[in-house]
Design a protein around this ligand. Structure first.
Ligand code: UN1
Length: 519
């Protein structure tokens, strides 16, 4: 069944611009249309931010505990619709159904965390340096939040923005990826209906990237946007960050990664292999937390590679509604980009993990493939051993089922290699030595560190975010994201009946700092 989806502004669906219709297709069966999409343009985006601006003050007036109840109801409605939302995620972007269910669970977890925050959203009372005066802090909503998200987590990652932004009293304009509009429309409906959100508090814009950027530029100029959230590539993230900076705003950026996994001599190799398989090839390597390069100690390299190659060859690939390690690429555009990365393979590399490389077809088959490879966009998994520090494949994010492997001699070298590409999202170390854990934690530039666990699979209530090319230091999830969607306001209240001047009218005690105990 295909659905019709369009932008929704102030509760009303808006037909997109004439002629701008696209279809969203199932990447595991590209002949199947998941949604007919009516695309908006830059003006649609601006109109949505204007509607959000109008709706926001009344939403901020709703007491935070009541907004928290709205989040609680959203969580329950998402839970009640978990299977149908997960099925849609699998149909529209090809994520295996078990992972899609996990993704939906991540929305519920986010709601469960923030429903209670409606009764906290604490400010502080702070002692003043003067008598009969009291200091306070308050969290205020920032106002209108624009959120632009990727489609590899078409519903969970958006919820990391939308749920806390709404809880904090902001109105939101959300632009989902143009290859996951049906998931976007479904999550929008669940939030609006589940939360009983007034019109204009949450608005949906379906538009392509350039139109969105132009709309955002205009909305910022008009003063309709107070905060921008963006999940996507480092290249687009830097453009968004620059645009927000021109308006003296700091965007919340969640960008790419080249996430390393260090395998030390004391590692449990089978565990490390299991994690490398999951984080390297789960979601066909298209998570921002996917494994980039395994940095394995030279003494265990041979053994690790043999086991990793075997596990990858045995991995089941195919129909994402079956029990597979991974399904198709998210969309044809990722397949094309992935073909480009294959051109980075050099003669000094050895390629393992499958009997052949490139697209899986009847003519270029993968053993044990589930379903019809010619119907969708499937790729052979690749382990590229022998990568060097100056290889393009080592230095750049390679979104897709490809994992590089290199070796190290001492932990200092491993940490240097792990940081060398200049990203800093997720990282992992496999070791039995506590001293190595803490040396790695201290030296690694990543915002997230896994110990004896894979680079992907972060829990929904720890700070999520990166450094360097992975982001500007903003953090999502848990308490930490509140700083993205609120501004601190400090208040002082003097009830002494006179003007007490700070730093000047302060009572001094008379300490004797020369005092010493008698021996
Ligand atoms: C992403 O790829 O954008 O840690 C987010 C993980 C997931 C979230 C990934 N919980 O892999």
């Amino acid at each position: 069944m295909s659905r019709n989806v369009a932008s929704i502004i102030a509760g009303t669906p808006v037909e997109g611009v004439a002629g701008a219709r696209i279809t969203s297709t199932n990447p595991a069966r590209t002949s199947e249309i998941v949604a007919d999409v009516s695309l908006g343009d830059a003006s649609t985006f601006v109109a949505a931010t204007r509607a959000a601006r109008r709706a926001q003050p009344a939403w901020a007036d709703v007491p935070a505990p009541v907004r928290g109840r709205a989040i609680a109801h959203i969580g329950r409605v998402v839970e009640a619709n978990a299977e149908s939302l997960a099925r849609l995620v699998t149909r529209e972007i090809g994520k295996p159904y078990a992972e899609a269910l996990g993704e939906v669970r991540e929305i519920v977890d986010t709601c469960d965390f923030f429903l209670g925050e409606g009764r906290r959203l604490y400010g502080q009372t702070v002692p003043s340096e003067m008598p009969d005066k009291q200091l306070f802090t308050f969290r205020n909503p920032v106002g209108v939040v624009s959120v632009i998200t990727a489609g590899n987590f078409p519903v969970a990652v958006p919820s990391w923005y939308l749920i806390p932004a709404l809880l904090c009293g902001n109105a939101v304009v959300w632009k989902p990826a143009d290859y996951s509009p049906a998931c976007g429309a479904a999550l929008f409906d669940l939030l609006v209906h589940g939360g009983g959100l007034p019109d204009g508090v949450l608005n949906l814009v379906l538009a392509d990237g350039e139109a969105t950027f132009a709309g955002l530029e205009r909305a910022l100029e008009e003063g309709f946007v107070d905060k921008v959230g963006f999940t996507g590539s480092s290249a687009v993230g830097s453009r968004i960050g620059e645009l927000a900076g021109r308006h003296l705003q700091s965007a919340c950026l969640e960008l790419g990664g080249k996430n390393p996994m260090v395998v030390t001599p004391s590692a449990e190799l089978d565990l490390a292999v299991e994690a490398a398989l999951f984080s390297g090839f789960g979601t066909a390597g298209q998570r921002c937390t996917s494994l980039g390069t395994v940095i394995v100690h030279e003494s265990v390299h041979h053994d690790f590679i043999a086991r990793f190659d075997k596990a990858t060859r045995q991995a089941t690939i195919g129909d994402p509604f079956s029990d597979v390690v991974f399904g198709p690429m998210l969309d044809e555009k990722f397949a094309q980009r992935f073909e480009g990365f294959l051109g980075w393979i050099q003669p000094h590399h050895s390629v393992l993990g499958s009997t052949t490389t490139g697209r899986i077809t009847a003519a270029n088959p993968r053993e044990g493939f589930v379903g019809d490879p010619d119907a969708g966009i499937f790729y052979h998994p690749m382990i590229v051993d022998g990568v060097r520090e100056d290889d393009a494949i080592f230095l750049n994010e390679t979104f897709g089922p490809i994992v590089g492997v290199t070796t190290y001699r001492d932990l200092g070298e491993a940490i240097r290699l792990a940081n060398a590409p200049g990203y800093g999202l997720s990282s992992s170390i496999y070791t039995s030595e506590p001293a190595e854990v803490f040396a790695f934690r201290r030296g690694i530039s990543a915002g997230m560190v896994s110990v004896n666990n894979s680079t992907s699979g972060a829990e929904a209530h720890l700070p999520f975010g990166g450094n360097g090319k992975s982001g500007n230091g903003s953090r999502q999830s848990g308490l930490w994201v509140l700083d993205q969607f609120t501004r601190w306001q400090s208040m002082n209240w003097d009830y002494s009946g006179r003007l007490q001047k700070a730093q000047m009218d302060v009572t001094e005690l008379t300490p004797d700092e020369s005092f010493r105990l008698a021996d």
